[in-house]
Design a binder for this molecule. Structure first.
Ligand code: GBH
Length: 471
């Protein structure tokens, strides 16, 4: 890390949204309070062997009770934008019927609390915490779940739609389908490719139904879906590695991008569905019904991109999946992910060139390191400062190369419950001392504060200069 990391002003519009991101299940806790119903994650964390050290998110960082202090800290750090998610099970405990008034009151206070502090909220409707009652009726592999989601979205639009300008329907359908129903890594932990493929289509349909519900009720808000987009490249120039990379790209990226932005599942995606005995032709009784693709591809206002990994793919006949994946060096993170910011630039350029000219938001990007308080009471995380400096600059590089990037949200504001990894992976700009739940901003939080201030201060200076020149 010999690079000078003093924040300087990037060449980006003054209203570029610099933010931090979280998700309800990872930070709220209070799982049995305020009328909340159980979600599939409450069930999953109780199954032996699912979560590192058997940890749960019953309390996690107790944001449900500490939200006002957390927003105060965010405001003190000068962070102008905050991406958060709503817990479906807190708002609609069984996934049906009227919204739970205590849940509505909680989120109204939270969103009003953002505005009171000058923080713009970006709200995600679904970040993986499906009400357990809906899983009991089949979960995402069942088409009914998409209709339930459309109803939930309509109720949320009525109850909370006045409190945010930007809404994200679904976070990372690839995780909510394949990681959850096929690879068993996330709730509900199933291992069935057909279920996962069905879930993928129904999550996209749910996105489209939620979009329509919001359009009807809140015509002024801006809507989008967030996809996880890995940078995938072949490990060598062999034809076998190129073929393996194309397949991985279909499975991870194109299944979710093509229907939303091109209006259809392309031929390659159709072939992969076909491997699971599923046709993507629209029929009256198959997985993809007549009219689904029109619903899924209805225009959005922006595209959300979560980016973490920069992966090299090699064909490997020995492995059960036929591929071997490694991360591009350097990989300083505790997940062994890369610190290679050009990957973010490349992913943003690819989305804008191949899929959509819409404004792009990096709705999540970040890394985990083994950082802890030192004797001086500070948390020194130089690797994260290095990472953030590179990836924020990558946004400007993408804009310079022609992508319309409008915002960047660091994952995550606070250390939190990292799904199957429990509390062993710390992504926060703010350290949480789990025994006491005390919050300690890491060096990266102060770096981000100074970085954001540098963007605005310089922007203000530029405006003053422009005004003076105009006089
Ligand atoms: C994002 O997913 C999520 O939106 C966010 O909630 C999460 O905290 C963040 O990334 C950091 O992981 O079970 O072995 O696959 C990105 C995809 C899904 C990758 C969970 C890491 C856990 C390791 N992530 N996965 S494993």
């Amino acid at each position: 890390t010999t690079r000078d990391l003093t924040p300087d002003r990037l060449d980006l519009p003054a209203d570029f949204a610099w933010g931090v991101a979280t998700a309800a299940y990872q930070i709220e806790g209070a799982v049995a309070e305020g009328g909340r119903g159980p979600s599939i994650w409450d069930t999953f964390v109780r199954e032996p062997g699912r979560i590192f050290h058997g940890e749960t998110a019953d309390v996690t960082v107790d944001h449900y009770h500490r939200w006002a202090d957390d927003l105060d800290l965010m405001a003190e750090l000068g962070i102008p934008a905050y991406r958060l998610s709503l817990s479906w099970a807190r708002l609609q405990p069984t996934g049906r019927g009227a919204l739970n008034p205590e849940g509505v009151a909680f989120y109204r206070a939270l969103l009003e609390g953002c505005h009171a502090r000058g923080i713009q909220p970006y709200v995600t409707l679904y970040h993986w915490d499906l009400p357990q009652a809906l899983q009991d009726e089949g979960g995402w592999p069942a088409r009914e779940t998409a209709y339930r989601f459309g109803e939930y979205a309509a109720l949320v639009a009525d109850a909370l739609g006045d409190l945010a300008e930007h809404w994200i329907t679904i976070n990372e359908p690839v995780c909510a389908s394949f990681l959850s129903y096929s690879w068993g890594m996330q709730a509900p932990g199933h291992t069935d490719d057909t279920e996962a493929t069905r879930a993928a289509h129904h999550l996209l349909l749910a996105h489209g139904l939620a979009l329509a519900a919001f359009r009807e009720r809140r015509p002024a808000v801006k809507l989008g879906i967030t996809n996880l987009i890995s940078n995938l490249n072949p490990a060598s120039d062999s034809e076998a590695d190129a073929a393996a990379t194309r397949i991985a790209d279909i499975r991870f990226n194109r299944i979710f991008l093509e229907p939303v932005y091109h209006g259809s599942y392309g031929e390659d995606v159709a072939r992969v569905f076909g491997m699971h005995g599923i046709t993507v032709d629209e029929t009256d009784d198959g997985l993809v019904r007549r009219g689904d693709l029109a619903v899924i591809s209805a225009p959005t206002d922006f595209a959300g991109v979560n980016h973490y990994t920069n992966t090299l793919i090699a064909a490997d006949p020995e492995s059960p999946t036929g591929t071997r994946m490694t991360q591009v060096e350097p990989t300083p993170t505790t997940f062994d992910w890369s610190d290679t910011p050009d990957a973010l630039r490349d992913v943003l350029l690819r989305v804008s060139r191949e899929f959509t000219p819409l404004p792009l938001y990096v709705t999540e990007n970040g890394a985990t390191f083994a950082d802890y308080p030192t004797h001086d009471g500070r948390v020194h995380d130089p690797e994260r400062v290095h990472y953030l400096a590179g990836y924020t600059r990558a946004c400007a590089d993408a804009v310079a190369a022609g992508a319309d990037v409008r915002g960047y949200f660091a994952w995550s504001f606070l250390d939190n419950f990292e799904w199957s990894w429990g509390y062993s992976m710390r992504f926060g700009l703010v350290y949480v001392d789990y025994p006491s739940l005390a919050r300690i901003p890491k060096d990266s939080a102060y770096w981000y504060r100074d970085f954001i201030a540098a963007q605005t201060a310089e922007a203000d200076k530029a405006r003053v200069t422009d005004a003076a020149a105009a006089v």
